[in-house]
Design a protein around this ligand. Structure first.
Ligand code: M6R
Length: 369
């Protein structure tokens, strides 16, 4: 049932091009319009939304962080992202014009469910992004967008995550469409690029042999650091989480701009640092700043593992290991840049002789608060 793979996780990583295609299936119209009939919130309700909370746990929370960048940019609605386990305990300001997007692969995560119930009591509208059909979270929500990733068996979420991110894009674009904000110019091009994502993921997967080799090489490390900026920051957090849960190696993700505010002190001779580099065409020259960060950590002894877009030559002199990904618009890039980090964590855990599908102390769905 693992389809010839050693682990369910490897099978699920390989299924990602299809999973993302299935998330998009039937939801992009011929003229680039979004067709989300299943979102049973009226156009008026969607126009009335003046604030969005995205609430989730673990990997789904990282998807939510990416959603914030995309939804705010496309809709100009303020978006806050919050860990479900924190959300209701700090008395968030919610009312009828608040949209709460809850993200959960399993649809059974207790922290997320309790956050949802709290938001519902305060009269907020609830939209669930979920993979498991008919699970508790979508049943209790006003509307649901299923990710259609197929069953995810490995404890570590992979295709669950990529499809959550894509579903968040669909919600953001749909809101922009209904509200008529910024739609005409940028959004049409984004839709075209969404259609290319499955192919881009497949391209990344075809080139994973050097990552597997690197993983064998890193198997005895005690610490790995992950840096990213803009949407690359949640990707860095996700890369670190995968490594912690699978390989039991201490790993931390940082916003690259925060390095100089403290964390750069951690860099020592040989410390492996994974850097998720934004596209050279990214807004406000964040690219150049991240390239400087690579130089800075390398000057202090770091061994740099750089994930950069095809054709980005600026990173070449500072990369001890270079992993290439296809060119993708900045906001969509996490769907391709996360993939090598999944493979890296999975292969490091495998090289350490660990049970990749069933890491210690973890359960696939966490049904206690
Ligand atoms: O089923 P959910 O998406 O609600 O699960 C949320 C987290 O428990 C989950 O993403 C967890 O962090 C994974 N083990 C990460 O790989």
């Amino acid at each position: 049932e693992k389809g010839g793979y050693d682990w369910f996780m490897l099978k699920e990583i390989a299924e990602q091009p299809q999973a993302v295609a299935d998330t998009l299936l039937g939801r992009l119209g011929p003229a680039g319009e979004l067709v989300l009939d299943e979102v049973r919130l009226s156009d008026q309700e969607l126009r009335d939304v003046d604030k969005i909370f995205v609430v989730a746990c673990g990997t789904a929370y990282h998807a939510g962080m990416i959603a914030k960048y995309a939804i705010e940019h496309w809709t100009r609605i303020p978006v806050e992202v919050e860990l479900a386990s924190e959300f209701r305990y700090r008395d968030p300001v919610l009312d009828r014009s608040t949209l709460v997007i809850v993200i959960s692969q399993s649809g059974e995560t207790m922290d997320t469910l309790m956050a949802l119930r709290h938001a519902k009591e305060q009269k907020a509208r609830i939209l669930a992004i979920c993979n498991a059909n008919g699970s508790t979270i979508p049943r209790e929500s006003d509307a649901v967008l299923y990710t259609h990733a197929g069953p995810e068996v490995a404890v570590a979420s992979t295709k669950g995550f990529l499809t959550q991110v894509v579903a968040c894009y669909l919600v953001g674009l749909f809101l922009a469409q209904v509200r008529g904000v910024k739609y005409a110019d940028e959004v049409g091009a984004i839709v075209e690029n969404l259609r290319k994502l499955p192919e881009h993921i497949a391209t990344v997967l075809d080139e994973m042999e050097p990552v597997r080799e690197l993983a064998r090489n890193l198997a005895d490390e005690n610490t790995l650091l992950f840096l990213g900026r803009h949407v690359g920051f949640p990707v860095a957090l996700e890369g670190a989480l995968k490594l912690k849960e699978l390989a039991y190696i201490h790993a931390e993700g940082f916003a690259a701009g925060e390095l100089k505010h403290g964390s750069i002190a951690l860099i020592d001779q040989g410390t492996p640092v994974v850097v998720v580099v934004p596209s050279p065409v990214s807004r406000g020259s964040v690219h150049g700043k991240v390239v400087s960060n690579i130089q800075e950590v390398r000057a202090r002894g770091a061994r740099t593992i750089v994930i950069a877009e095809d054709g980005d030559d600026d990173v070449v002199p500072y990369a001890d290991h270079l992993i290439r990904v296809p060119r993708t618009p900045t906001l969509l890039a996490p769907v391709v840049t996360t993939v090598p980090l999944q493979v890296l964590a999975c292969e490091i855990a495998s090289a350490r002789g660990l049970d990749v599908d069933q890491p210690r102390n973890l359960a696939k769905s966490v049904t206690v608060e």
